[in-house]
Design a protein around this ligand. Structure first.
Ligand SMILES: [Ca+2]
Length: 235
């Protein structure tokens, strides 16, 4: 029985280690956060035929639909062309636009930023040019983190659609309350999500259902191990 208790303890330790290793993922802290839109060059209000029923590919005047932080990123490279993906995209008829996301409070540990952009010559959506990311604590003084050129990123395609993941990986962790994204494109800002990513670690464990079940299972295992150990001692 003693051997069994040791084996159980080892498995327990292994499970905990595996859990924390698998928890080292990125969390999008921009999800659900409000943002403002400044159309620098273009016409606001593209693609909103009926603001009430939510149809259309546009994010609306002043981005009232807030689709770029609703946590729904177009799963494929067709930029939300299919009806099922329509609600993902928050397009703008603009060649330059600036978004400012308010994270609500200063967030530490920002390691990566991302915005998906698309083109389709058949739809009249020209290729994107670049995305520049900035951070600020007061919404006035912004520091640039870097520029991502569309020509240098991974491009995936589906038919005549092309998707560009305008990802900026940071060498060092940054903290900020506001994230500004300056987008330059050929004709339309065609995007489904802007993400501000923080690396999860042991201090912020996964709280998904899987994690809860794992903790429950470990608690039961630990209880069994204690009982077995006590039985062994009483022998
Ligand atoms: Ca979205």
């Amino acid at each position: 029985m003693k051997k069994f208790a040791i084996l159980l303890a080892a498995l327990l330790l292994l499970s905990v280690t595996a859990m924390f290793v698998s928890a080292a993922e990125f969390t999008n802290v921009a999800e659900g956060k409000a943002y403002t839109l400044n159309i620098i060059a273009g016409t606001p209000g593209y693609g909103v035929p009926d603001p009430d029923d939510g149809t259309g590919y546009g994010d609306g005047i002043d981005a009232f639909r807030q689709r770029l932080t609703n946590g729904e990123k177009a799963p494929g490279p067709d930029g939300g062309a299919s009806a099922s993906e329509r609600a993902y995209v928050g397009g703008q008829n603009a060649t330059e636009a600036e978004y400012v996301i308010d994270l609500g409070s200063v967030v530490e540990g920002i390691k990566k930023l991302d915005m998906d952009l698309y083109d389709n010559s058949g739809w009249g959506i020209s290729a994107p040019t670049s995305v520049e990311y900035f951070i600020s604590d007061d919404n006035e003084n912004f520091t640039s983190l870097g520029v991502v050129e569309a020509a240098n990123v991974i491009k995936t395609s589906s038919g005549t659609w092309n998707r560009y993941d305008m990802t900026l990986d940071l060498d060092a962790e940054k903290s900020a309350r506001y994230v500004k994204v300056n987008v330059k494109v050929g004709s339309h800002v065609w995007s489904s999500e802007i993400e501000v990513l923080v690396e999860s670690d042991e201090e912020s464990p996964d709280t998904s259902d899987g994690f809860v079940y794992a903790v429950a299972a470990l608690t039961v295992s630990a209880g069994a191990a204690i009982i077995i150990t006590k039985k062994n001692r009483s022998k």
